[in-house]
Design a protein around this ligand. Sequence first.
Ligand SMILES: NC(=O)c1ccc[n+]([C@@H]2O[C@H](COP(=O)([O-])OP(=O)(O)OC[C@H]3O[C@@H](n4cnc5c(N)ncnc54)[C@H](O)[C@@H]3O)[C@@H](O)[C@H]2O)c1
Length: 269
Amino acid sequence: MIWLATIFSGTIAARMNTVRPTPPPLRSGAMQTAVITGAGRGLGKATALRLARDGYLVVALDLDVDAAEATADATGGVAHQCDVTDPTALLEVASRIERCDALVNNAGIWRFQPLLEMAAADTDAVLAVNVAGIVNTCQAFVPKMIDGGGGSIVNLSSGAAWTHSPGIGIYPASKAAVEALTKQMAIEWGPHGVRANAVGPGLIVTEGTEANYQGERRIERAKPIPLGRVGEPADIADVIAFLCSDDARYVSGQVIYVDGGVTAGRASL
Ligand SMILES: NC(=O)c1ccc[n+]([C@@H]2O[C@H](COP(=O)([O-])OP(=O)(O)OC[C@H]3O[C@@H](n4cnc5c(N)ncnc54)[C@H](O)[C@@H]3O)[C@@H](O)[C@H]2O)c1
């Protein structure tokens, strides 16, 4: 599985944006509200667009306020600059919304290095965003979900949680932790009507990964995939939308891999 090791060479530079005035409190009325972290681009933005089409009022959170605002403009929702490693900022956003029916913990980062060369700061950063960031976000928004009688949480895992490759550092362990957290959430919050599931994307072309899919590389990447193509953000967003919907009302504590069949095995050597 060495091909997986080089797949995410893109890194996220924390973009420092001008601080904008805080949007006014969100009055959602009867409209269902979906909170999405990392909603400024990639899978988070695709999910925001899909959930808006499904009738949700979207609350787009991202480090990058310009990107979050573009998502809010495209969905008719609201944007907040928010770092999932900052519990105070998350609580502030939660205090400004009336309800939370769907929570998509999508923000995630990767720092690909061989384990022996992993810098401690990179290990800390990946665990802080991918694991503790989800706990922080749930602590801010799940009480609101429980107050409203229940809701749906979808956490972003990865096929890399179990299809290990050399050189991808702490990332697979962080995503395995996401899956463990998902089951714990399902058990702790199920009695309050809250469902928790995870989606594990395979090789999906986003702003964060597109450098790996230029020209012939896209064709090479697709060869081992049983369905014969790399994924698009909408492939993931549609499954997240299903898990948020009432069609998934009896689904909780599960992980769905959306990867064109990769976790079943390789279509070619
Ligand atoms: N793209 C893939 O192939 C793939 C595969 C498996 C899993 N995933 C997972 O899906 C999720 C989204 O991936 P993507 O490819 O869309 O990523 P991306 O890099 O394109 O977008 C991530 C977004 O999250 C935001 N973000 C990063 N750190 C944040 C923080 N601390 N607080 C708030 N926002 C933050 C970024 O600003 C960015 O807008 C991640 O959790 C990733 O691990 C992606």
